[in-house]
Design a binder for this molecule. Structure first.
Ligand SMILES: [Zn+2]
Ligand SMILES: [Zn+2]
Length: 218
């Protein structure tokens, strides 16, 4: 593992981040962006706090509260993936990540401090508004893309206590991934797992064929 060493101004050299793991995250995600750096840092803080490395099987669980760029770094660093059933997505739109170790029952919740980038660089904040608002000129877009990469780098090198708040928590871990039998949908003929089957006009159907769930708003 290659760690980048940083001088913390008091003349002490300390490990900042695992460069090889960062490069792997960038390759997986497809580009360098501050969002990826946020997920990368959060995973690094979480794994350090738990004292563990990447999960080979289902021993680690990651709960992510957004579906933005950072989740890709979470998958690369922790080895928690949708396919293994140990990456759990909660659609809260929050930069909060929880990591748990099934072996020890320990869990740590990492909440990223808000407004890190905006507080750092007013020009970046304004450029971002223009670029995402669709009003940026070509020149502004190019300037933004340079600043975007700079911001990612800055986040990676940020001390953990400025980056986030983290604490150990008690967590009721979700059960391990289960295997269910398949039922053939009587409408499309495709198989779906049993808990996802509905009854429509007396027929067993998949959710895609079932359409809208009936509800009265409560
Ligand atoms: Zn991204
Ligand atoms: Zn169907």
């Amino acid at each position: 593992m290659a760690f980048l060493l940083l001088n913390d101004k008091k003349g002490e050299w300390k490990m900042a981040y695992d460069v090889a793991a960062w490069e792997k995250s960038v390759a997986f995600h497809g580009h360098i962006c501050p969002g990826l750096a946020i997920g990368f840092k959060a995973a690094q803080v979480g794994l350090n706090a738990l004292g563990v490395a990447r999960a080979e099987d289902e021993e680690l669980v990651a709960i992510v509260e957004n579906d933005a760029c950072g989740v890709d770094a979470i998958q690369v660093l922790t080895g928690c993936t949708i396919g293994k059933g140990n990456l759990i997505y909660r659609d809260y739109g929050k930069q909060v990540y929880t990591f748990a170790n099934r072996k020890t029952g320990e869990a740590v919740r990492v909440a990223v401090n808000p407004g890190l980038l905006d507080a750092r660089d007013e020009e970046y904040r304004q450029l971002r508004q223009k670029v995402f608002g669709g009003t940026a000129t070509q020149e502004e877009r190019e300037r933004f893309s340079v600043k975007h990469r700079e911001a990612a780098r800055w986040l990676l090198e940020l001390p953990d206590d400025r980056f986030c708040q983290w604490k150990k928590i008690d967590l009721q871990l979700p059960g391990k991934a289960r295997i269910f039998s398949s039922i053939i949908c009587e409408e499309c003929g495709e198989a779906a797992m049993e808990p996802r089957i509905r009854i429509k006009n007396g027929k067993k159907v998949c959710l895609a064929c079932f359409g809208e769930e009936y509800g009265r708003g409560w």
